[in-house]
Design a protein around this ligand. Sequence first.
Ligand code: SF4
Ligand code: SF4
Length: 481
Amino acid sequence: MTETRPGGEPGTDALQHPHTPGMRTGTDPAGPPQDVIVAPPHIPVRDERTREFVEQWRNAAYNCYSSGHKFCREVCPVMQVTRNESWTPTAFHANVVAMEKGELDIADIAADYVNCTQCGACELRCPNTLFTGDFYRFRTRTVDVVKAVRALAVDSGVHQPGWRRWNLLTDERTHEPVLGETPVDQEHVRDWAEGLDLPIGGETVLFVDCEAAFYRTAVPRAVAQILKAAGVEFGLMSEQWCCGGPAAEMGYVEQAERFARHNLADWRSVGAKRVLVLDPHDYITFTEDYPKYFGDDYDIEVVLVVELLAQLIREGRLTPEVPVERTITYHDPCRLNKRKGIWQEPREILRAIPGLVFNDVDRVTQWSYCSGGGGGLPVEKPELTAAISANRLDKAAALEVDTLVSACPWSERPLSEAGDGRDIDVVDIHELLAESLGIAVGGSRGEVGDRRGGGCGGGTCGGGSCGGGADVRGPGEEEDQ
Ligand code: SF4
Ligand code: SF4
């Protein structure tokens, strides 16, 4: 095999002497010939933090950048509603490559990385990850890359205003500022359990996310009463703080770790060996972030309530008997199905409830639609969250249902508001099961009502969307900027 190289001799064996454009050879002492492509000069990364960051993430970024086929785009909920190429997984990786080359720095790109719900859909769709075969021996890690860029931004003093206020208030209150005027603080974190006679501590404790503890109190009340009915023994934490997961997602890593250390110490102080979790966001935090923080020192078993309930039904310890006359479909929370592969158990529970007509999605379950409620998006971009939820409700409406069932308290506000215009009620799976078990739950659904009977219909929480309705004012600030 022969070839003629620019500036080279005909007859050279290309396999023995492969030609690399721009590469000097011993045969061209005068320098590269005119038609050779010369790489742009490499600009060294001067900032120490950025240098460490690109060192850590360059392989992950090149793994995507060198493929660049953008299979991920069409499953990305942000891309679906914006069509903005700067907010795609591809761009998120390519920026890291450009940072490595010294062509961009964190201040140039930090705001783009707000536009991600951390749903994980792109990772599932990416051929580099597909479960059918890991042929690049490398999993695409968009969720982690986005988190790491956000952390680099905060570390470098580049803040998003809403996220900064949110995390300042979370730090001040030890819980996320989920409601405007409702007291969100340590003193009120167990108010949801009033009258349920739950002990503090024990081998098993129940952790309730901030949204459910202060706003959707009917959800933890349903969970607690169902577990008691099945004879499961559990208690509450002595002093529960926010799990820290949202802070970590927004880049406030020091705060997230501080909260995690507090919660782990509290579990140990009450003798807990096991934590029950009803919120998918907490579940991700406790099963992915905490093990990274604590390593082998993390000796707590984490149990997802939905999985436990499905098991209790299977074992005959719970038997839903009261018919619930609704035509439903199920909203897979991204952090359960796409990130953890948990989609069967919620369906098992729903199929055990008599009276329900269940119109399940007719597409591969793991690629189901996002609510837009995760990754801090509602705090910075409530209008995007609302558009993503509207998209999700369109899919539900096509199935001709009157109810969308979710297993994630954080998805309910945006989904409910989107449900208003389509006459679709959004309910929580734990509450639905409690209803079928004949349990009068009590507590609050926030401002979300049953719109099938012309109820309040939600959508009046003041801010127009989840997070947007929350009081995220910083100390001393008169109103949101
Ligand atoms: S994330 Fe995966 S699918 Fe998307 S462009 Fe990169 S390599 Fe392709
Ligand atoms: S994690 Fe979800 S929102 Fe973020 S880039 Fe991937 S598909 Fe888009």
